[in-house]
Design a protein around this ligand. Structure first.
Ligand SMILES: Cc1cc2nc3c(=O)[nH]c(=O)nc-3n(C[C@H](O)[C@H](O)[C@H](O)COP(=O)(O)OP(=O)(O)OC[C@H]3O[C@@H](n4cnc5c(N)ncnc54)[C@H](O)[C@@H]3O)c2cc1C
Ligand SMILES: C[S@@+](CC[C@H](N)C(=O)[O-])C[C@H]1O[C@@H](n2cnc3c(N)ncnc32)[C@H](O)[C@@H]1O
Length: 487
């Protein structure tokens, strides 16, 4: 799946496709001339609160870094950029850093922001939260046809950058170009470096009007296009930006919302009946583990992607809340051994991060003579144990806090009014229905057995967290055990 590169003086070249990633003379100038200007940017997003750019061929990320830099300089205040890109053969972070090295300072911190969040080698969607750039990037790792079938669109602008059609026809088939048309807003723009006949004809069939323009560097011509056929219903991209929100309930869900809204410059008022963490999020510790789904359908993708996103978020934005890293998932029956092996081989999780263990390995790992049963286990290396109180403290800090119980929320013109047991402020949006009230355990969990023993899959058996050696502070998740797991 990974990119297979050779390095030339002008940058990387793909050995798999026999083509270069960007112009040898000046990749950034090419990106700007062919893709940004080719799509009429930044003029295209003037007056827009939301704008969506889609790209076929993420490669080194150079086009996207150039896009982010332009967006940061020229966007409307409060506007947000959504980016979608697809890549079948991802470069590693080190390869990308080498390819983009020349533009690190030139593009502000766009290159560093991309490299920090660089996609992992695992299939499916990966969201890169570029909130400092008022942007989110969804990269689909996998084949272009699959990606376009799964992405919802619509795009306001397209960068078609999938190597030369002669060397890589799969990136330019009629089906791919028809999907580009289907996933576009009316009037959407597109740009590409190629003027190959089949590409032009495919784009016209997909509803685009295309025009040849003078090419960059040694290339004589390039192509610009505009969707003339009515594809999708007009997007909601012209709606006005939200200025403030009221969020009801001060648990982990609210904290995540406050974090995301605040990064986008939206003021938050938090209305909490008691105190942050009064509900289920008041547990002294919580596991961040994936839901394991060996069906490998869309639901499995979603859980794997949400897990990776959550882990990245806690590591970057609340590292102080991480109590331990790595969780051992115990199986419930011997047949779980085959299931765990299947999950470990699946490309939806980052390679080598799930390690199955048979019963003997498990006993060895736990440094016990006998585990007392015949269960396999799965070591989830990226899983975390976090202290929710520290996450709440960090992420809720930017909100205005109001203590009160909301009893009713009703629309008032363009805004919403919250009614409660005391006078509460008004906001434009609200989050209702916090989860059913749950009291936290009154005392920290004793080593080995969690008081909520009936809740299989919740944070049970955290005895190893007390181990004096930090390297062995690990959590064990599964059916509660009748004895202590830790020393
Ligand atoms: C014993 C136990 C162990 C768990 N272990 C794990 C685990 O290891 N990993 C994991 O991921 N999940 C775990 N969970 C689940 C997890 O804790 C919850 O899914 C999560 O905390 C829910 O967060 P929330 O923000 O939606 O709700 P809550 O944290 O419950 O927050 C809701 C908030 O809303 C407030 N509120 C309610 N009604 C009103 C109102 N009308 N007006 C104003 N405020 C109001 C409440 O006071 C509360 O503070 C566990 C749950 C339990 C009970
Ligand atoms: C010219 S490069 C992209 C350059 C990139 N836009 C940049 O800024 O560096 C083309 C990319 O398309 C990817 N690609 C080729 N065929 C693909 C396919 N069928 N599905 C998805 N990606 C593909 C390649 O792996 C390569 O990274």
């Amino acid at each position: 799946m990974s990119a297979d590169l050779e390095w030339t003086e002008g940058g990387p070249r793909s050995l798999r496709y026999g083509d270069i990633y960007f112009s040898r003379s000046d990749g950034l100038a090419e990106s700007r001339a062919v893709f940004l200007e080719g799509c009429g940017l930044p003029h295209g997003w003037s007056g827009r609160a939301r704008f969506t750019v889609a790209e076929l061929g993420f490669g080194t990320g150079l086009n996207i870094a150039a896009l982010l830099e332009l967006w940061r300089r020229t966007r409307e205040p409060g506007a947000h950029l959504s980016i979608f890109s697809v890549e079948a053969h991802p470069l590693s972070r080190d390869q990308a850093a080498r390819a983009l090295g020349a533009w690190r300072g030139v593009l502000g911190d766009a290159v560093d922001a991309l490299l920090t969040l660089w996609p992992e080698v695992r299939t499916g969607f990966q969201r890169l939260d570029l909130l400092a750039h008022a942007a989110t990037l969804d990269v689909y790792i996998g084949d272009v046809g699959e990606a376009l079938a799964r992405w919802g669109g619509p795009a306001d602008a397209w960068f078609l950058d999938g190597f030369s059609p002669a060397l890589n026809p799969q990136m330019w088939t009629g089906e791919v170009l028809a999907a580009v048309g289907r996933l576009s807003t009316p009037g959407a723009r597109l740009a590409t470096f190629t003027v190959a006949g089949p590409v032009r004809r495919g784009l016209v069939a997909a509803g685009f009007e295309v025009e040849k323009r003078p090419g960059f560097g040694a290339k004589r011509e390039r192509l610009e296009g505009r969707l003339v056929a009515q594809a999708r219903s007009p997007s909601s991209s012209r709606r006005t930006a939200v200025g403030s929100v009221a969020i009801v309930g001060g648990g982990i869900a609210a904290a995540a919302l406050v974090r995301a809204f605040s990064r986008q410059g939206v003021a938050c008022t938090l209305i909490e009946a008691e105190a942050p963490g009064a509900g289920a999020s008041g547990n002294p510790s919580a596991l961040v583990t994936p839901r394991l789904d060996a069906g490998f359908g869309p639901a499995a993708d979603l859980h794997a992607q949400a897990f990776a996103f959550a882990v990245g978020l806690y590591r970057r934005d609340a590292p102080q809340a991480i109590i331990a890293e790595g969780v051992l998932q115990l199986g419930v029956a011997a047949r779980d051994e085959a299931r765990f092996a299947k999950l470990a081989a699946w490309t939806g999780f980052a390679e080598g991060r799930l390690n199955p263990m048979g019963p003997a390995d498990l006993a060895d790992w736990l440094a016990e003579d006998d585990t007392g049963d015949n269960r396999p286990a799965l070591w989830i290396a990226d899983a975390l144990v976090v202290e929710p109180a520290l996450v709440l403290r960090a992420w809720l800090a930017s909100a205005d806090h109001v203590t009160g119980t909301v009893v009713e929320v009703e629309p008032q013109g363009e805004r919403w009014a919250c009614r409660g047991r005391r006078s509460l402020p008004r906001g434009r949006l609200r989050r209702l229905r916090p989860s059913a009230r749950c009291r936290p355990a009154s005392d920290p969990w004793p080593g080995g057995v969690h008081p909520g023993a009936g809740l299989r899959g919740e944070g049970c058996g955290l005895g190893r967290l007390r181990h004096p050696d930090p390297g062995r502070r690990r959590a064990v998740r599964g059916e509660p055990r009748a004895r202590r797991l830790g020393p």
